[in-house]
Structure formats: C-alpha cells, structure tokens
Design a protein around this ligand. Structure first.
Ligand code: ATP
Ligand code: MG
Length: 401
C-alpha cells in the first residue's frame, strides 16, 4: 500500500481575493489547525498558492473527514512528498497508479512550479507516461476522460504526487467576513441559513427565543444540538437565550389575533437588533424562504423588516423546501430538527394569521400596547451560553424555567 504522508489543500477562490489574500490564507490555516486540534502530531503548512497537512504518522481518513467541513477548502488530495529527482518521481508515480483501487486508463499531469527543475512539464508528462506503460499491465493513456489522474507538482522544496481529488466544502474561511446574529429556532430552515452564511466566511452567534413553560426541555436540547452541529463548520457558537413568555402573553392579550404573528416577529427583530448593538454584530440572519408560510410573504417581510435597519441575510429566500431539506441532511442538522417539540411559535400561533399584513395597521395596534419595558427586560434577562460547555448550558436554561 502507498503510504501517504501529506494532504494537499487547494483553496481556489481565495487566490482571487487580491489584497486580502494574506488575511484569508492565515485565517484558513488557523481554522484548519482549530479543527485538527485532536491530532497533536499533525502540522499545517503554507506554501505558495497551496497548503499542506503533514500527517506525521496520523491516519488520514478522519483528518480528511474534518477537512471536508472547512470552508475555504476547494479540494484536497492525499499526497506523497519526494525529492526533485526523476528516478524517485518515476517510482512513486508508478506506485500511486498501482495502488489505485480501479481503472484501466490514466493521465499524468505535471505542474512545474519550480523553473529550476531541468525537465519541462510536457517532456516530464511523456517520460512519466512511458515509465508507467512500460511497468504496468492492462493500462492505456486517455487524456480526455481517464479513470486515474496522477498529479505531479514540482515545487522548490520538493515534488508532491497525488491521485484522487476529493471535493472540499468550497466557500470562504469562517471569520473573514464579519459576524452575524443567527435567529435559530429549532426548525429545519434556520440551521441551514446559518450554514450558508458561514459558507461565505461569516462567523455566527445565535439568538433563540424561549417561552417556558410552553416550550419544553426538549426544545432546549435541540437548539444546543443544532448549534453543536454548526460548530463543526467553524468555531464555538454562542447562543443568546431570550425569555420570551411574558412578551408573547402580552401580544396575544392585546393584539388582534390576525396580527399577533406579525407583532411577535417584530418583537423578535427588535430584540435581535438590541443584542447586535450590545455585541457589535453587524447583521441578522434568518431562515425565511419566500412564500413558504404565512409569515414569509412579501407583505409580511415588509411589515417585519420595518422595525430594523440592520441588514437581514436571508440565504434561503429563493430555495424550495426540498432543496433546504437536502442541505440539512447533508450537514447533519435534519435529524435534530425533526425531533418533535413545541416551539414558541407553534404554541402561540393564531389559527389564521394575516398573510398580507399592513405596516399602518400593525403600527396602529402596537401603539396601544406598552411593550418597551417588556422588550428591555427580555434583553436584560437573556442568558449567554457557549455550546461546548455543558455546565453552562444546564445553568442557563435552569434559570429560565
Ligand atoms: P425554521 O425551520 O427555521 O423554524 P420556519 O419555516 O418554521 O423556519 P418561521 O417559523 O416562520 O419559519 O420562522 C422564520 C424564521 O424566524 C426562522 O427561520 C428563524 O430564523 C426565526 N425564528 C422563528 N422562531 C424562532 C425562535 N424561537 N428563536 C429564534 N428564531 C426564530
Ligand atoms: Mg420554525
């Protein structure tokens, strides 16, 4: 068996980022190191236009699995590092081909980044191809659609030889595009919205509106588990747990039923904005998709959005439910999201919410309600939990129950 000692990391899109490039690459390196904390032997090194993980004897499989969840990585390959000498390159390329589990056709792709190396790329391709044909049986060359592509990168410090290319998560490294406050409900949509924001390099902090005793213990665990799953794509996720019961009760007492949902959403938005202000966060992210339910019509977005001038990211706005579900299955949040439980909206949800709420009406109704103090209290009494700290998690919720 071929013993791979490196993982080659390609970061595609990053290369286009001009002046920011250094920051992006350093952040990507930090993010990889963070994800691989459990592998103390492993080292993460930069070289021009690429990154390498030195395995130092670690099993590559679990490391590849971790890397596939790191945004900013375009693709990765297991690699062997050898000296810049034709004979050893020949030998290693042959081993790589013979080690490949299946296929009858191959292609060699040489990239000579090191112009000091005496043999030009094209000539190298031919030499290596000829060596492979001579020393293997049953293989032919196919330059258009080969079963096996063997890449040979000749660099200043060494030559790296790789065969299969593993697709990465794409996107940009988390923490290169500021922070957003994700409104995380426990449903299917909002975790996917958070994932997509992270994919563009955004760091997330979450807010969850909790209405004990109407919402159960299970609701609590669900939100924590979802945040944990999202954490595997980035760093620690903090959740602001907002006690929402009193405000919801007031809304359902004082606002006409058809408008209760709209007002409730506006209150959530106002509280989220206050948290952003307090924490220096510059945007809010929600899991709305246009037309999905009554609160997600254009009129409804218009009425809800009125209360804030913070940018609201809606990564799912144009997606079908089935597309959202597919992503949630891929990223591992689906099974958590579908656990049954009552969320604060389902408990208080009116039988027939207004699908086309009007700003003037909602303002008229809200004017009669004295909500400022309730809002202030909700913000003040919200608890911050860091999801990887169990003790903290328990305490934060106990205080609210
Ligand atoms: P989800 O699957 O994300 O719950 P949904 O289809 O149930 O979405 P709504 O209930 O209309 O849609 O909620 C729209 C968005 O409002 C959610 O995606 C989420 O971002 C936010 N939201 C709803 N309820 C809460 C809550 N209890 N805490 C925090 N955010 C919430
Ligand atoms: Mg929901």
């Amino acid at each position: 068996m071929m013993k791979y000692d490196h993982i080659l990391i390609r970061y595609g899109e990053l290369a286009l980022k001009g002046r920011n490039q250094r920051t992006f690459i350093n952040q990507l390196q930090n993010n990889i190191r963070h994800q691989l904390m459990d592998f103390p032997e492993v080292q993460v090194k930069k070289t021009q236009g690429r990154m390498f993980i030195l395995l130092n004897g670690e099993d590559p499989e679990p490391i590849i699995e971790k890397c596939r969840r790191i945004f900013g990585i375009h693709s990765l390959s297991l690699a062997v590092k050898v000296d810049n000498e034709l004979e050893i390159i020949n030998e290693t390329v042959l081993k790589t081909l013979l080690d490949h589990p299946s296929g009858t056709t191959f292609k060699v792709e040489v990239r000579r980044a090191n112009k000091e190396f005496p043999i030009q790329s094209q000539e190298m391709n031919q030499k290596l191809g000829a060596h492979l044909l001579k020393n293997s049986t049953g293989y032919t060359v196919d330059v258009h659609d080969p079963d096996v592509i063997i890449k040979v990168e000749i660099r200043v410090e060494a030559t790296y030889i790789t065969s299969s290319v593993i697709e990465g998560a794409g996107g940009l490294p988390v923490k290169t595009a500021g922070k957003t406050l994700l409104m995380l409900s426990g449903g299917i949509d909002s975790p996917v919205a958070g994932y997509l924001a992270m994919k563009r390099g955004v760091e997330i902090e979450a807010v969850h509106f909790h209405s004990p005793p109407y919402t159960s213990e299970r609701a609590k665990q669900k939100v924590i588990d979802l945040a944990k799953e999202l954490m595997t794509f980035g760093h620690q996720v903090k959740i602001h747990i907002v006690p929402f019961t009193e405000l919801q009760q007031a809304i359902f007492k004082e606002i006409p039923e058809a408008y209760a949902m709209t007002v409730m959403r506006r209150m959530m938005m106002r509280i989220s904005e206050a948290i952003c202000e307090k924490e220096g966060i510059l945007s809010i992210t929600i899991g709305e998709s246009l037309g999905q339910v009554a609160s997600q019509t254009m009129e409804s977005m218009n009425a809800i959005n009125e209360v804030t001038n913070y940018p609201i990211l809606r990564p799912l706005v144009a997606m079908d439910k089935s597309e959202i579900i597919n992503i949630s299955k891929d990223i591992g949040t689906y099974d958590i999201s579908i656990r049954p439980y009552e969320d604060c909206c389902t408990v208080f949800v009116p039988k027939s919410p207004k699908t086309r709420p009007r700003r003037d009406k909602v303002n008229q109704f809200e004017a009669k309600m004295d909500y400022k103090q309730l809002l202030g209290t909700a913000v003040e009494e919200s608890k911050l939990i860091k999801v990887n700290d169990h003790k903290n998690e328990e305490d934060a919720f106990k205080d609210l129950l």
